[in-house]
Each structure stands twice: as C-alpha cells, then as structure tokens.
Design a protein around this ligand. Structure first.
Ligand code: GLA
Length: 692
C-alpha cells in the first residue's frame, strides 16, 4: 500500500496489494482519471498519463473527471451540480494543495471565482484492494449561501473496452437481492432509491466487466456506497462507448444549502478492482467488509430464535415463555422478542412510538420473560422501530409535529404509520434516551432495529433548507446507534427494514448483522442469498428456519433443506416450535449443533460459489472446509459431483460426519457428493477437517 505524488507530472499513484489507481491534473487543473486496474510502477503510470493526456487533447470533453462538474463543453453525468448566489452554475477547477498521510490522500481545489472549496479524499489499505473515496465541500466566503443540487461521493472511470456488462441486484419486499447481469446500455443507467432508506428495489452497488468475466476469471470493476438513505448511482456509456459511473447520497430534486463556513461531507463510495472474476470480487468485498467496515467482525453471531413468523401480533407472555423453553432445547443462544410487546400494539395500527411493555401482555414488565430466558441459558433480544410512529399512539397525540410532514399536504400512511423526523435534534435525543433506558435498564443484549416504510411528504416546517432532513435523518440514526454501541459495548444489533430494505456499507459499519428478507422459503432464499453474498459477507446475513408450509409462499420443504439453506448465513430459528414434532425438534438440535461447529468457517473463512448450487467455505488456516450443496429440484435422484476449490492437492481431509478421508487432489479434480440423493432432502452439508 502506498501513495506517491509526482510533482513534475502532477500525478498520483495509489497502490493496493494487487491493484493501482492513477489520477493527474490536466493543464486546467481538473483532476482526470488515468488508470484503475492492474499494478503499475510510477514510470508506467507516467507513460499511461501521457497517452491519456494526448487522447484527451483530441476531445472537447475528454471525460474522466474524478468528480464530474458542470461547465465548458461538459455534457456527461455531473457528480456535482452547484448554483452560487448570483445563479451561476458549474466549477472551474483550481488546484490548491495535496496531502498524503499513511494511506490517505486529500486533494484540495477551489473554484476560480466562487468561494467553494472541494476536497477529494482517497484511502487505500495494505490488506485490501478496496479504494475508499469521498468528497467534502466548504463555503469559504462571507457572501450568499451556495445551493448544492447534487454532490456525489466519486466518479469512477473504466478503461476503454469493446463492451461492458453491468451486474447489480433488483427486487421488492420478499424478493430482495435478485442478481441481474446484462449489457450496459449506451446512454445512462440509473440505480436509485428515492425512499429515504436504502430500499428493496435495488441496492447501492454495481459491478461492471468487459462482458467476458466468469466466476473465476476476468476483470471486474465494482463499487458500493456507504449510505442508508436515498441514493443514486448513474452508470454510463458515453458517445465513444466507454463506461464509468458517478454516485452518491440523495436523489434528484433535493437541494442542500451551504452557508458561509458550512461543510458538506459525502458518505464513502468504495471501489474494488479484481482480475479474478466475480468470485474474487465477492471475496474481496467480504474480506474488506469484515476487516474495515463491521464494528465487531469477530463477535460470534448468535443462533437466534424469533417468533415473529410464528405468532405475528398474536401472543402473550405465556406463549413467549413456552417458545423460549422449546428454543433453548434446540440450542438457541439469543431469544428475540419481536414486534407487539409495547404500548397498545396488538395489531399494526396502534401503539408504535409508545415504548413501554404492553400491560395486558407483560403485566409485570419484561423482567419475568427476560429472567426466564436467561435462566434457560439464552441472551435476550428485542425488536424496535425507532423511526416510525402509528398516528394512534400517545406519542403522536403528544407530538404530531414530530413526523415528516408538509403543511397543506396529507400525511400519507404506509403500514398505518408515519416517519418521525429524526433530523430534528429533539426527536433524535428523545429516541436515543428511550433506547438507552430500554437496553440499560433491562438485560437486553440484542436489538433488532427495524424501519418499515419509505418517507413521504418529507417536509420540515420552520426550516429554510428542509431537504437537509434526507441527510440529517440518516446521520442521526447512525449517531444514535453509534452512541448505543459505545455506551453498551456488549450490545449486538441487527439491522432490518421490512426484510432487507436497508442493507448497505453505512449500516454495516454500525450493526452486526442484517435481516435479509421476510421471505424465509428456503428455495427462494437460495436466490436471495446468492444476490446478498455478491458484496456482503455470510456473517451478516440473518437466516431463519421457519415452518413448512412456508407462511409467505405456502411451499413445503424438508427440515434438512431449510436448515442447510439457513446455515449459509447467521442461522436463526423462526418457526412455531409448538407445532414441530419431536423428530423435527431433535433434527433441529442436531443441525444447530453442526452449524455451531461450522460457524467459524462459514463466517470467518473464504467463500467460493461453486455454480449456483453449492457454496464452499475454507477457514483462514486452510484446515477446515464446509460445503453446502443444494439440488434445486428433487426430480432426478442422481447428483453430479461438486468440484471443490482452494484446497491443498497434497492434503487429506476427513468428513466429520462419515469419517471418510478424501485426498485434496481428488476433491479438486473430481469433486464430492456424487451419487444418489437422500430421500429426505434436496441438500447436503459437508464439514471436512484436514488430517495431514
Ligand atoms: C418487518 C420485519 C419483520 C418483523 C416485522 C414486525 O416486516 O422485516 O421481521 O420484525 O416487521 O412488524
């Protein structure tokens, strides 16, 4: 890892373990991209910069700005749209200074005429090929405010290639993270959320390859945004057919005001180049997220029990106690009480916002249930939805002005609820205070933080720059979670938004895991998990085993298959255990135990996708290997072998279940798991330990 500034050529070379990133200043001081890809020496970077500069000279708009501004003959996707007090638009770059500190680079510019300072930030690390970028703007003058109509975190430029393919995920509630891969169209392709949260429809990352990458080969350029509110990434192929993208927080139509002295800082937009195909790209992301994003990557992800799917709103203390006893029997480590424990919340139309135990359900408070859960040897967790309120609640009756609203407009409800304006300091303080008391005064070690609706009528009466709420709401959510973590160091937090509606690097920097989807049908989960795992590591992917037939899809699946699918993530159990047979409970206990032995490998190891039907995990010391294999249909009972990867051909590996010893060379060349499918399932779990 190193960063070099070549003052003569006004060029920077950033190096990660396997890649290089190069940018230069052109004669107008504009920061222009030179290279993002294979490692280069300074000499090579200089030559490439000359080639790019010569090419740029032939163009009226050479593109490739590190932050694309407006002005002159630029007509591409702008990363920064700015309007000064006199209505002038655009930026004329003037380079001021640069600073290199460890793995960080800051390049400071100003507009030639207006008091707008723009700093580009880069960060590289010695153990990751990820390059983290963001931008800060500062109003350095005394005069009128500056209106910011768009501020992306970074623009990324790809080298010319004959074609490009875009990979990203699309979805909706219950069908999140569906991987989509297709030609990047000429023109502009926008991935966005306008909902105030990350959203279900797509997720803030993308991968672009030259159309020829496979799972194990080929160049892939990717980037992921660390932001949990509205966002926008626009990928483009310009008139020459060349590609790149610009992205950042906020959606179109929002304006942020910069008063004299104000600073606006974007979230990080992290890029990763790999020459090893989609598999190496995903492994690079998993590694980066575990090393540099998650707050406590090594903390054991507990096996949770959560009765939401089993009971929804219909339960009392006795039922939770009954379920807790059964959960303890199958080896659950944390018992989570989901929605409907508070206020008048016995259905989804009342009580949200009234965060005290429902007196009918918990006449003596939460103490008896928590005490019993702990006596059974489990930790206790609880569900909250701090950003929302039911109009039918004491909170709303007291503070109708605390929600996002616009005078003269209706207050549109979704799931019978409105959104609290957490951008307001008083609302944020109140929110922190009750959460702090809840986890401080009870033995609560797990918090499920949910958020079940998008913003609407997002006004902030009394403010002259109300659009600030789109940023400040998210920042205050971050600040509350950060403060809770700091004050309650043992607290484990699960992020959730109607399933997987708020999964991103910003949330993952402060929660331990995510609730991936409200759809727990194992067969559908395989696709959801495949998309989730493109960027996010298995240790963050909450995955419950629920009932069969499934409550969302009504499909039936063997218990074995349901467990095997959930064991690929952070395993939980979410079925109505009262209805499980003694046999099923015994199976569940056995699977949970098997999972606990494999958990360090699945969560801490290296993940290889072996086609879409099998995933392999190898521990960091290479001595343990876990393979999960799924057969999509039970039709046809002969299964082809699954070839393993990442093993030592000279090593021998013992199957923990059967005791069989396999040569590494055979597993690599021929594979494992061939033969007849078992009658009771469409999946297989194998845990191998190296014997020599
Ligand atoms: C959301 C979550 C569920 C559950 C319910 C409770 O839908 O995704 O897991 O917590 O809310 O209302």
């Amino acid at each position: 890892m190193s960063i070099v500034f070549d003052a003569r050529d006004r060029l920077w070379l950033l190096r990660t373990p396997a890649t290089s990133y190069v940018l230069r200043l052109d004669e107008d001081d504009a920061p222009r991209h030179v290279h993002w890809g294979a490692s280069l020496t300074l000499d090579q970077a200089r030559q490439l910069a000359e080639v790019r500069a010569a090419l740029a000279d032939t163009e009226s708009d050479p593109g490739g700005e590190e932050l694309a501004v407006e002005g002159g003959l630029r007509y591409g996707v702008p990363s920064l749209i700015v309007q000064y007090g006199d209505a002038t638009h655009g930026v004329e770059w003037r380079f001021l200074s640069q600073r290199i500190d460890e793995g960080r680079l800051e390049i400071v510019f100003t507009d030639r005429r207006y008091p707008l300072e723009i700093t580009l930030h880069y960060r590289v690390r010695e153990d990751s090929d990820a390059i983290e970028r963001h931008v800060t703007l500062r109003h350095t003058g005394q005069g009128p405010s500056i209106e910011i109509l768009r501020l992306d975190s970074a623009a990324w430029t790809l080298p010319p290639r004959p074609g490009y393919r875009l990979s990203h995920v699309v979805g909706e509630w219950g069908k999140e993270f569906q991987l989509q891969r297709g030609e990047l169209a000429r023109g502009e392709t926008t991935l966005t959320s306008r909902t105030g949260i990350t959203g279900h429809a797509t997720n803030p990352w993308l991968m672009i390859d030259a159309g020829e990458a496979t799972e194990e080969h080929g160049e892939v350029w990717s980037a992921a945004l660390a932001w949990s509110g509205s966002w926008r990434i626009t990928a483009f192929r310009d008139r020459r057919g060349w590609a790149g993208w610009s992205g950042g927080f906020g959606h179109e139509g929002l304006t942020w005001r910069l008063a004299p002295g104000d600073v606006l800082e974007t979230p990080a937009f992290t890029g990763l180049y790999s020459a090893g195909g989609f598999g190496a790209t995903s492994r690079g992301w998993h590694d980066h997220v575990r090393k540099h994003v998650l707050p406590a990557p090594d903390r054991v992800r507990p096996v949770v029990y959560n009765a939401w799917e089993a009971t929804e709103f219909d339960y009392d203390e006795a039922l939770q106690l009954d379920l807790a006893a059964r959960a303890a029997r199958v080896g659950v480590e944390t018992f989570v009480l989901d929605d409907a424990w508070f206020g008048a919340r016995t259905h989804d139309a009342a009580g949200l916002g009234d965060w005290w135990p429902n007196p009918g359900r918990f006449p003596k408070g939460l103490g008896p249930l928590i005490g019993e859960v702990r006596r059974l040897g489990m930790d206790f967790g609880i569900w909250v939805e701090p950003e929302a309120v039911n109009p039918d609640s004491d909170l709303y009756r007291r503070h109708p002005d605390w929600v996002l609203h616009t005078p003269g407009r209706r207050r549109t409800e979704s799931r019978n609820q409105l959104v609290l304006n957490l951008a307001r300091t008083d609302v944020a303080e109140w929110t922190h205070a009750w959460l702090d008391a809840l986890v401080g005064e009870n033995e609560i070690s797990f918090l499920k933080w949910d958020m079940n609706r998008p913003f609407s009528e997002a006004g902030w009466p009394g403010r002259d720059d109300p659009d600030r709420l789109w940023i400040d709401h998210v920042r205050n959510v971050y600040a509350i979670i950060d403060r809770l973590r700091a004050d309650h160091p043992g607290l484990f937090i699960e992020g959730c938004a109607g399933g997987g509606g708020r999964v991103d690097l910003g949330m993952l920097a402060r929660v331990d895991q995510m609730w991936t989807s409200d759809n727990t049908d194992a067969a559908e989960r395989v696709a959801i998990q495949h998309g989730y795992g493109q960027i996010y590591p298995a240790c963050t992917m909450g995955a419950w085993v629920t009932d069969s037939p499934n409550s969302v899809t009504a499909r039936t699946h063997w218990i074995r298959y349901r467990f095997h699918v959930s064991m690929a993530g952070a395993l939980g159990v979410g079925g109505d255990l009262r209805t499980w047979s003694e046999d099923d409970l015994a199976w569940a206990a056995a699977f949970v135990e098997q999972y606990k032995r494999a958990r360090p490998v699945i969560h801490g190891g290296t993940q290889y996708r072996l086609g879409t039907e099998a995933t392999q995990y190898v521990s960091t010391d290479g001595r343990e290997v876990v393979v999960l294999m799924y057969q999509p249909s039970a039709l046809g009972r002969t299964r082809a072998p699954v070839r393993l990867t990442g093993l030592d051909p000279a090593g021998r590996y013992r199957d923990q279940a059967t005791g069989d010893v396999h040569h590494g060379a055979v597993l690599l060349a021929h594979g494992i798991g061939a033969g007849l499918m078992p009658f009771d399932g469409t999946s297989e779990f194998v845990h191998l330990t190296r014997v020599d």
